[in-house]
Design a protein around this ligand. Structure first.
Ligand code: FEO
Length: 395
């Protein structure tokens, strides 16, 4: 159903309350998501983005109940990923000749995914499209935020920035606007989205934010493609992005481990206790990888200044859960973070060395040779682990 957002602009997207995993199984979405599509009805009628493919028919049918599809003059595809372009094939069957405004790279991604020769109109940063009533769309390329094809579209006079994925959150709500939802939920989902999707592109984002500011666009609303529309103080999320894009960290040390017979777990808790004893201001959190959610843990890593990793030694190496998680952190290209390693072993004891090697390779500053102990930690060894934690806090 069409929901008005401002003047002649409406939301026509899909709220996906049941979504639990996104990007295949790569991203947990505890609070569902939305695929936001927008309809501009000025002298010209414009559709900005569509929805994910499973909702394509529903989307097009609903849209056809709201307007005669033949009245759509232009389609804007800000991004080719299937959660926004997935209804294009169903839509374009109904209006096959309608021009699709998108970047050069979006033509490649849309053709590559749908193998259709639609009526593409390539746009670059600064290109404008008159929509009547004195209003224009202005296009801003956003390459690698987060695909090469990404762009944003700005509607003059209404001063709405359709930012696509940027500034979004996987957050299902019927409320549409940022000021109408629980602020903790909203910002938890916004930072998780940044940490898990945008961290590798922080250096690109820093330049793009500066460029957008240099345009002096008056921005009264940021209409993202996931989650809420930022209408109350929309620049607050831009300011957050500016912080997050600058090698963000809080005063937090996070201990992450996996364990087989709880020896490494015991070390994790003693190290955390030591950190807390040595620094009463630092936030200390402990997570068992096997029992946690990887994307939530990535958000904790994003907030941390130091991450302490633990694994027992198995087959001269580490548990695959720890190896997989470090690989995920490497993909995300975290900067400005320290790391330390710990773990129990029975006989060969390579885990700590392996973790340190992988963490260094993932771009973390490895603090020392790590802490390892043979067999189950006795009281004396637990105290040494506690002292090791104190050392991490003081470093
Ligand atoms: Fe929400 Fe990159 O798609």
């Amino acid at each position: 159903m069409k929901k008005p957002i401002k003047n002649n602009v409406s939301w026509v997207g899909k709220v996906d309350w049941e979504l639990q995993k996104f990007h295949g199984n790569e991203y947990s979405t505890h609070k569902g998501s939305t695929y936001n599509s927008y309809l501009i009805e000025e002298e010209k009628t414009v559709l900005i983005d569509t929805v994910w493919a499973p909702f394509a028919e529903e989307f097009v049918d609903n849209l056809a109940k709201e307007i005669d599809l033949n009245k759509i003059d232009y389609v804007v595809a800000n991004h080719g990923e299937v959660d926004h372009s997935g209804a294009l094939p169903a839509l374009m069957k109904r209006i096959p000749d309608r021009p699709i405004y998108c970047t050069t790279n979006a033509v490649k991604s849309l053709k590559g995914q749908y193998h259709q020769d639609w009526n593409f109109r390539v746009v670059k940063t600064g290109d404008k499209l008159d929509v009547g009533n004195g209003k224009e769309l202005v296009f801003v390329e956003m390459p690698m935020l987060h695909w090469p094809d990404s762009m944003a579209t700005y509607l003059t006079k209404d001063n709405i920035l359709f930012s696509n994925d940027a500034f979004g959150q996987h957050y299902a709500t019927e409320k549409l606007f940022n000021d109408l939802v629980d602020q903790c939920d909203l910002f938890n989902e916004a930072i998780k989205y940044y940490a898990n999707i945008l961290t590798p592109f922080s250096h690109v984002l820093r330049k793009k934010l500066a460029e957008i500011v240099s345009f002096n666009l008056q921005i009264e609303m940021i209409a993202t493609s996931h989650g809420v529309i930022w209408r109350e103080n929309p620049m607050q999320i831009v300011e957050k992005y500016s912080q997050w894009a600058n090698d963000y960290q809080e005063n937090q040390i996070t201990v992450i481990y996996d364990t087989m017979w709880n020896g490494t777990k015991m070390l994790a808790e003693k190290i955390a206790e030591g950190i807390g004893l040595a620094d009463s201001d630092v936030v200390v959190k402990v997570f068992n990888l096997a029992k946690g959610d990887e994307n939530d843990l990535i958000t904790e890593v994003f907030k941390s200044k130091t991450v302490v990793f633990g694994s027992p030694t198995i087959a001269n190496s580490i548990l695959h859960s720890v190896a997989g998680f470090i690989h995920l952190m490497k993909e995300l290209k975290f900067k400005n973070k320290k790391a330390a390693a710990f773990g129990c072993y029975g006989w060969s004891g390579e885990a700590v060395k392996v973790i340190n090697g992988l963490m260094g390779d993932a771009g973390f500053e490895v603090m020392d040779e790590g802490f390892r102990t043979q067999w189950n930690p006795d009281v004396e060894t637990q105290n040494v682990a506690l002292e090791y934690g104190k050392g991490i806090a003081r470093a």
